[in-house]
Design a protein around this ligand. Structure first.
Ligand code: GUN
Length: 293
């Protein structure tokens, strides 16, 4: 069994990005600039956005954090999105999700100029990804593809099972794994809360991507000998022994599943660090105007 060290790969990719940024600045080009909008004080979102700002520093990007209280109106938020769309200094920006219930997330996502949508959530980016055109690809599935690539994991002709059908992870993951490319060329099955016979589907899989948000869902008796296991779960479980008061729990019962695998990602330190790193890659592409201009 080989542990996939997402933390180490993410550090390496960020160093590669930093070298490219240094070369851009050396040539007199503009330093890429990522802006992030954070609404409210959700603990998870605060942590993620702080990590994104920190990663920008490591990569040599300029970053701007824009904060609003959770009672902000949708109109005020949309006005800020329009302002960032029109700000030539901002290469890309994100609106951290989830948003408060009174704000329609889809309205906000669709208001973002797709050419600055470094999250890859805008329907134009989602559509372009699904037909294999250059675009901003959603960070978590893109980070997983990068891990498969860097660990030379064979995907061609393999049977992949994606657990979860979210717009952010499950759907784009299935799309990327099935695309004509390397990594890619998988035969993909997507399982969700209404799937009958999830265990039997998983037992057939050469690759399982678990993105259900259900701690410990994937157990040893669901996994084929030699399978590749990618754990996207990051549920916060109360833990008095931790300074933060919680620990991150993956969707895979790691201790019992790991001995059966050829490769497995840990939680934390697997997929999580790669997600932020993919956002950094998209920001670099936005700064270089590589995709749309
Ligand atoms: N919330 C959870 N993951 C993400 C992400 O990748 N981007 C944004 N904007 N919000 C999130």
């Amino acid at each position: 069994m080989q542990l996939i060290d997402g933390k180490a790969v993410a550090e390496q990719v960020k160093q590669e990005i930093a070298a490219q940024v240094a070369a851009m600045v050396e040539r007199g080009e503009k330093r890429p600039h990522l802006a992030a909008i954070l609404v409210g004080h959700d603990g998870g979102s605060e942590t993620y956005v702080a990590a994104k700002v920190k990663a920008c520093e490591v990569c040599g990007f300029k970053s701007t954090l824009i904060r609003f209280e959770s009672d902000i109106t949708e109109d005020v938020l949309l006005a800020k999105v329009a302002e960032l769309n029109n700000d030539p200094d901002v290469d890309g920006f994100i609106v951290q999700l989830p948003l408060p219930k009174h704000i329609n997330e889809q309205h906000v996502i669709e208001a973002i100029d797709y050419r600055k949508d470094v999250d890859g959530f805008h329907p134009i980016n989602v559509g372009r990804m699904s037909i294999g055109l250059p675009c901003f690809i959603s960070a978590t599935p893109n980070g997983i593809m990068e891990l498969l690539k860097r660990y030379n994991i064979e995907t061609r002709g393999k049977k992949a099972v994606v657990l979860g059908r979210s717009n952010i992870v499950g759907k784009p993951m299935a799309s990327l794994l099935m695309q004509k490319s390397n990594p890619g060329d998988c035969t993909v099955t997507v399982c969700h809360s209404h799937t009958v016979g999830i265990k039997e589907e998983c037992l057939q899989a050469d690759i399982i991507v678990a993105a259900l948000g259900q701690p410990g869902f994937v157990k040893a008796d669901m996994v084929k000998e030699g399978a590749v296991i990618i754990d996207v779960g990051t549920t916060r479980v109360p833990d008095a022994t931790k300074k933060s008061g919680f620990r991150l729990c993956g969707d895979v019962q790691f201790d019992e599943v790991a001995p059966k695998c050829s490769f497995i990602t840990p939680v934390p330190g697997g997929v999580g660090p790669m997600t932020i790193c993919s956002l950094m890659k998209n920001t670099l592409l936005a700064g270089q105007k590589c995709i749309y201009e």
